[in-house]
Design a protein around this ligand. Structure first.
Ligand code: PBG
Length: 327
């Protein structure tokens, strides 16, 4: 005799067609932004050791490559520069050189590829000898307002070179309003700001620092500007401040270790929420998969799904190319 059960939720999970129809969240390539590293010192793509499957690209092959990604269905890209050591300085002046690789990259990609959405990273760390996201005073402290001034200028240069959005990843106070004002004064009223609003001082950025060549002999401590991983209320405060300052999209970063923050951001703010699945989140899945301990594609999907389920509208992920090839 079957049990006298009124509720049998498994009935909805029996048939694969129904199961698929009832999926509350789905990952599509339209959800994803693919980060791209462009280097000013190479002529051939260069594999990044700590990020399997991810390369640094030279300017001469970049637009050909982006076209291939566009053909796969990827339409949104976030560009990060790798600056050769000889162009780095204490203050990161290379960020204000109109011929610097990040500006040239936009120009090349935009003229070669059709409808795409291009986001420029805005931060000083690729350009400084010390790898901090700001200008330092004589005691090694990161100066806020002096840094913001440079970021605001760099944002206008990014807009000029063709970027659709700028994404300040520095966590200085007041940079969103300063960037908004500079863009508006230069008539770039349609250039948007995707603010790294709740960016935590995370240990998961390691492979990225290898990728852009900012790894230092002594581990770099960004805790005077990035958020303490233990703090929720402070993250909400940062999100709300960026919203008030005129951000168009708010970001939470890293993603999977901070799903609670993504969910809270979704609940507290009306703006679209982006989540950045950072380099270490990518590489840890790869590392386990390369040992045969995890299934790479299944875990990649599951991780992205968890980020979407938490409430992210946009996901920046190094898995984007792989996902595009498999769906
Ligand atoms: C710095 C920046 C970082 C990332 C994006 N922009 C690292 C850091 O704060 O040191 C990390 C991205 C990743 O790990 O994939 N401006």
């Amino acid at each position: 005799m079957p049990y006298d059960l009124l509720h049998r939720p498994r009935r909805l999970r029996e048939n694969p067609i129904l199961r698929d129809m009832l999926a509350e969240n789905k990952i599509t390539i339209k959800d994803l932004v693919f980060p791209i590293f462009v280097s000013d010192s190479i002529t051939q793509p260069e594999a990044i050791q700590s990020m399997p499957g991810i390369f640094r690209w030279p300017l001469n092959t970049l637009s050909e490559q982006v076209k291939k990604w566009v053909d796969l269905g990827l339409k949104s890209f976030a560009i990060f520069p790798c600056i050769s050591d000889c162009k780095k300085s204490e203050k990161g002046d290379e960020i204000l050189n109109a011929n610097s690789i990040i500006y040239q990259a936009a120009d090349k990609i935009k003229s070669a590829c059709g409808e795409i959405f291009l986001i420029s990273d805005i931060a000083l760390d690729p350009y400084t000898t010390h790898g901090h996201d700001g200008i330092l005073d004589n005691h090694g402290k990161v100066l806020n307002d002096e840094t913001v001034e440079v970021l605001a200028k760099a944002s206008v240069m990014a807009a000029e070179s063709g970027y659709d959005f700028v994404a300040p990843s520095d966590m200085m106070d007041g940079r969103v309003i300063a960037i908004r004002n500079s863009l508006d004064n230069a008539q770039y009223i349609h250039t948007g700001i995707m603010a790294y609003s709740a960016k935590f001082c995370s240990a998961y950025y390691g492979p990225f620092r290898d990728a852009i060549g900012t790894t230092q002999s002594k581990p770099i401590d960004k805790s005077s500007y990035q958020l303490n991983p233990s703090n929720t209320r402070e993250a909400v405060r940062e999100l709300l401040l960026d919203m008030q300052e005129g951000a168009d999209i708010l970001m939470v970063k890293p993603a999977e270790p901070y799903l609670d923050i993504i969910a809270l951001a979704r609940q507290e703010c009306e703006l679209p929420i982006a989540a950045y699945q950072v380099s270490g989140e990518y590489s840890r899945i790869w590392a386990a998969a390369s040992q045969g301990w995890l299934d790479l594609d299944a875990c990649a999907f599951e991780s992205l799904l968890s980020i979407k389920r938490a409430g992210a509208n946009i996901i920046i992920s190094y898995f984007a190319e792989r996902i595009a090839k498999s769906i």
